[in-house]
Design a protein around this ligand. Structure first.
Ligand code: UDP
Ligand code: MG
Length: 323
């Protein structure tokens, strides 16, 4: 008989003291009933509440619960990749701690792994929280991203996905960017892909850590790291301005020569404002890319681990993959 396979469930945790007990109570029986052995790997992303002591309680009663504890808050993206770096499973599932990603999907995911798939993207069929604004902004984001980027992104995809060991190995070695979008790497890495639907529930407790401002910033940097189209904006807008400029020039000369109309003050103001607006916009776009470049070039670690629990034998495959 072949050896039993191992499933790693990576859960990012940031101030989730209210959700964690429910999450663990719901997920553990599902994992124990699965045909694969499991490890439940929590990444504590610098929580300032009692999340870490709750996690230590789980780890004390169950050595399949593992903890990677960050030195401070590094963000959800850093937490997910740290979980993948420290996971040993044949298959790895990333999910949130607030039960918005239903653990009841785990058996279906294992079935897909058994069928030989390497990337299983979970697609939201309904979204119970966030309302209309989140729906519109999310579909706008994917619309623009798909328009501008050569990689095609699954609409309604989420941070709920599963990857095989081979994909995890790619993520551990490559895609070590500082400005990160894990979902994008997973979709662009290739391999055998499939999707599964799931219904996004409301958060069981606590509040969402993302607000519109944070999401907007995140969308802009993601766009910059997956498309260089905005950078070429300068060329296109330059052509556009040149075209309008030409029309304006002909118009002014004709007016002057035929009708002796003095060249207009307002024409100058309009033309100048238009051009300055375009120049400033293009500089802004370049600034966005410089800020991404700056973050990459500094090469600071994606995350810093303070302490690991129940991960004694883990070596991260011998690579220093914090960067
Ligand atoms: N999270 C994290 N670090 C952060 C913010 C969030 O690890 O800086 C975790 C959070 O604990 C949760 C998941 O990422 O498990 C998703 O966060 P949240 O539910 O706030 O986002 P939403 O589901 O509203 O998009
Ligand atoms: Mg959530």
């Amino acid at each position: 008989m072949s050896q039993q396979k191992l499933l790693s469930v990576v859960v990012s945790v940031y101030n989730e003291e209210l959700s964690l007990p429910d999450f663990y109570a719901t997920t553990k029986p599902i994992l124990e009933a699965c045909p694969w052995d499991y490890e439940l790997l929590f990444v504590n992303d610098g929580s300032s509440d009692s999340s870490i002591s709750i996690l230590h309680q789980f780890a004390a009663e169950n050595d399949k619960v593992k903890i990677v504890d960050f030195s401070r808050n590094f963000g959800h993206e850093a937490a997910m990749i740290a979980g993948i770096d420290h996971a040993s499973g044949d298959g790895i599932i990333c999910m949130d701690a607030d039960l918005q990603h239903p653990p009841t999907s785990i058996p279906e995911i294992i079935a897909k792994f058994e069928e030989g798939y390497d990337v299983i993207s979970m697609i939201r069929t309904a979204r119970e929280d966030g309302g209309l604004i989140k729906k519109i902004t999310s579909s706008l984001f994917y619309g623009v991203l798909n328009l501008l980027s050569p990689v095609k992104f699954e609409k309604n995809s989420s941070d709920f996905f599963a990857i095989s060991r081979s994909v995890a190995q790619v993520l551990r070695k490559d895609y070590r960017e500082k400005v990160r979008y894990l979902r994008g790497y997973v979709q662009s890495a290739g391999f055998r892909k499939t999707t599964l639907p799931f219904e996004a529930k409301s958060r069981i407790a606590g509040e969402s850590k993302y607000n519109i401002g944070k999401l907007l910033r995140f969308s802009i940097t993601t766009l910059c790291s997956f498309s260089d189209m905005p950078l070429k904006l300068g060329v296109y807008s330059g052509l556009l301005v040149a075209f309008f400029g030409l029309i304006l020039m002909v118009y002014t000369i004709v007016n002057k020569v035929l009708y002796h109309v003095p060249s207009g003050y307002s024409t100058i103001i309009v033309a100048m404002s238009f051009m300055f607006a375009i120049v400033l916009m293009v500089i802004g776009v370049i600034g966005q890319y410089i800020s991404v470049l700056f973050a990459e070039i500094k090469n600071r670690p994606i995350y810093i681990v303070k302490e690991c629990t129940n991960l004694e034998g883990h070596t991260s495959g011998g690579i220093d993959n914090r960067r």
